[in-house]
Design a binder for this molecule. Sequence first.
Ligand code: 5GP
Ligand code: ZN
Length: 110
Amino acid sequence: MSNCIFCKIAGGEIPKEFLFEDDRVVAFKDLHPQAPVHILVIPREHYHSIKEAQDEALVGHMFTAAKKAAEKLAVTDYRLVINTGPQAGQSVFHLHLHLLGGRFMAWPPG
Ligand code: 5GP
Ligand code: ZN
C-alpha cells in the first residue's frame, strides 16, 4: 500500500535498521518505545490487522522472528502483543507484533 508507513519501512523506502529480516518479515525498533526493549515485527505484505491475515504460517513466523529478535537483544522476559482495532490501541493499520521487555510489566494491561 503506497500510503502505509510500515510498507515503506518494509520496502526500504524509509531507511531503518532491521534487527531481523527475511523474505516474509522485518523487525525494527519502535519510534516511541514503551519499554527499554520495544521492537515491532511486521510482515512485508500489507494486512490491515491480524483479522485480515489468513496465512497461519506467516503469523507463526512473526512470533518466531520476535523470539529471534529477543535472543539477539539478550532479553529473556518479554511480552508479545498484537493490538487489533482502535479500541484495543491499534494506531497503525499494517499488522505488527510488539515485543516489549526490559522492565517489569503489570497485568492486566491498562
Ligand atoms: P499500535 O498502536 O498500532 O499497536 O502500534 C503502532 C506502533 O508503531 C506505535 O508503538 C508507534 O510508536 C509505532 N510507530 C508509528 N510510526 C512509526 C514509525 O514511523 N517508525 C517506527 N519505528 N515506529 C512507528
Ligand atoms: Zn502496509
